[in-house]
Design a protein around this ligand. Sequence first.
Ligand code: G1P
Ligand code: ZN
Length: 542
Amino acid sequence: MIRTIQTTPFDDQKPGTSGLRKKTRVFMQPNYLENFVQAILFELKETNGTSLVIGGDGRYYNRQAIQTIIKMAAANGIKHIYVAQNGLLSTPAASHFIRKYGISGGIILSASHNPGGIDEDFGVKFNTANGGPASESVTNSIYETSRNITHYLIADIPDIDMDSMGTAQVLQSTIHVFDGIDDYVQLMETLFDLERIKELLKTGFSLRLDAMNAATGPYLRAIFRDRLNMDEDTLLRCIPLEDFGGIHPDPNLKYAAGLVQELMRPDGPDFAAAFDGDGDRNMILGRGIFVTPSDSLAILAANAPSAPGYAAGICGIARSMPTSQAADRVAEKLNIPCFETPTGWKFFGNLLDAGLATICGEESFGTGSNHVREKDGIWAALLWLNILAVKGKSVQKIMHEHWQRFGRNYYSRHDYEAIDSKIAQDFMHEAEEILPSLKNKHLCGLTVKKAENFSYKDPVDGSLTQKQGICVAFEDGSRIVFRLSGTGTQGATLRVYLERYETPQGNLTRDTQEALKDLILWNETVFNTKQKIKKNAPDVIT
Ligand code: G1P
Ligand code: ZN
């Protein structure tokens, strides 16, 4: 029943910021998925793992990949294999399931917010027993194994019925098909005052929640339709589709532009949130206002005690380096630490496990807390709603009051996509070389305080992660950060992050790009970015 298949390595199986992400057809070539999965299973066995949860965001190839992984996990002797019903499991729900039931690890099939389909993207992520994405050392070890792989094991059995709950015995393994929605909904019920939110909804408060045809749809229905009695028509695009209906399930100003437009109308809804393919990202909007993810992190941290799950207060905040420093100001006022980590959720895991931080976030539409070890889109929307219900104020009012108290970090990210990889590498290299010459440089009204390639020493395990992005910090709190994306599937993407601080007494309602124009000019003058990477303008401005 167990077949041993001879194979040869693929050189390109290095996991990036969130697992291995490639074009779907790459994954579909013979042995490609199998090699990588076998490398993960070797890793799992090495750490004496006996159980595994499998699920995905429902994109094209999800179901087939799950069948393959079940057969391989059984052939590798994994005792308990948990498969989400219909193969559907959001990333935060997977993290929770692992933690709640003490599972040894999880394989989540998702390319997050990237489009799905045979000609689009697919991805495999591996989470470890703490519920979080595998650490750098684990993913490196998986990569090394994949480079030397000679064979994989697979059970010669018919496909498992993953649409009905129940158990089946295969070889030495029990396959459990479980409800991927229930446990997550129960967790949300413990963290938030759903009754209070229900009251708010009864006052005529209007909202839109957009699942973008991806994984969060069934979760939104279970919480907002079934528990909160919300009208079905406020829940948008809640049926998961294999190609996400041809859209990018990416909750940002570009790909959720319709929702943004609706909220900008004077008679628009009071609140809206959109979620990405696998449910870990979120975008928050209020009537007439877009909440930048960096501001969202700061506001959620400042007001978390409004929700029962955080009534005792928070012990610390963590943000990725390119995320604005708005959260730092909240931490300072609360007299709690604020940690600055490299990009990628995995760096928050140690801080959360050690009880050093409660709330974390990234500028890339990711916020979360110690309730799981992933970012969590629906969690963010519920915490916002819980805060709005308790404060009885509009999103806009809460934002303005926050800025009046803490000052405002004007913030924007400029992405230059599909650049030739060599050109992008050269740009980063040259930028790094001029850093020493920038010290104290004064130009465009800005004086450089510090210019470095960011490195991070983990306060828990002492591990050092280097070259995580070039950061130029100025005397007035402004910053310019450069990083190359670790999740792209075509060429290289250069991200330029711009931030400028305005004090509570300053002008808090300027246009963002206008407020950042000195920094943009500084960047072009000193780094000559556009010319060097051969681009006329950013492809996406957030
Ligand atoms: C992007 C985001 C990063 C996030 C990651 C996974 O990675 O910038 O914050 O953790 O997706 O969702 P990047 O493409 O920048 O490497
Ligand atoms: Zn995602």
